[in-house]
Design a protein around this ligand. Sequence first.
Ligand code: NAD
Length: 342
Amino acid sequence: MKKINCAVIGCGRIGCGFDDNQNKKILTHAGSYFFNKKTNLVALCDIDTKKLKKYGKKYQINGLYTESSKMFESEKIDCISICTLADSHLDLVKEAINYNVKGIFVEKPISTNLKDAQTIIDLCQQNQVKLAVDFQRRFDPFYHGIKKYISQNKLGLIQLVQVYYGGGIANTGTHLFDLLRYLFGEIKSVRANYSVNKSANTNDPNIDVTLDFFDSMICQIHSLDYRNYVLFEMDILGSNGRLKINLVENKYIFESVKKGENVAGYNTLHKNYLNFSISKKSSIFLAIDDVINCLGKKKIPMCTGVDGYRSLELVIACHLSSQKKNKVLLPIKNLEYNISSK
Ligand SMILES: NC(=O)c1ccc[n+]([C@@H]2O[C@H](COP(=O)([O-])OP(=O)(O)OC[C@H]3O[C@@H](n4cnc5c(N)ncnc54)[C@H](O)[C@@H]3O)[C@@H](O)[C@H]2O)c1
């Protein structure tokens, strides 16, 4: 079988760097293409020549470019990962499409505003280019198992979902919003406030949020200052039990209901066991494998451009609600509101 030619634009942390000094699971786009039997990593592009040299040597690649247009001119690329900051995504997508790539895997957030996000989606659709956005949990069997468990109603009626996160609403919040939509469906409205527990990045504040879902479920999102410690956790309180998920380590604690155990006759929660499968492969490796498997086929990536748009929309809705101090209904009409890409 002919291998698919792939390249990475942006050799920073998620492009290449997260695999430095570790030999465990693959954590980068470049590493995922390099170790996938279906793909050839043919080129890297970064404006920083030091990174190019370093990762060119690591992956034994001659196709090293400081300008993406030169890379597309010189190489035949089927699938491109765009791992630069969000304000460059639209231009790079346009360029990739002009050079006839078949697949684009773009980092989150898809863009800095909804107008550009929609243009990215439209251009890919018009040119039959498969577009995927890197919300990695969507590609991971662990979360597929949780989604199945919830959709089969095994947790019962969801009374409340509580989340702890930090590190900024765009940086971490986009991942969270995508996972919430994946597990629980679409969100109707957002009530939000800038948090007293600050994010280290002043361009990307922490925001405390209450989300109202269409099926009347409520999710409360509490911000934490990650300079104290990192905690990214979702606590799902169903009528049949409680599932608490560590969203960093993909671990969980499950408690099910025991009838009438309490002295007053109330039902109580007791630790129990569920068997969600854990993949030996990393989420990013699985994500890239999914994108590759879609090329030239009808198959749609597990995380689409529309998912990228919805998640960005929720980030912007959180800002608007915090500023106006009122509830924001979705879909939002302000397509020009720009978030910072840094
Ligand atoms: N999905 C995830 O889990 C995940 C994790 C980390 C970062 N990200 C996202 O990935 C994006 C990049 O984050 P990062 O932490 O790797 O950033 P980074 O700053 O470490 O890397 C970005 C790289 O892009 C290069 N670059 C910038 N403009 C360029 C251009 N026009 N052409 C070529 N190279 C260019 C920079 O020199 C830099 O090396 C962000 O949007 C971030 O939110 C996602």
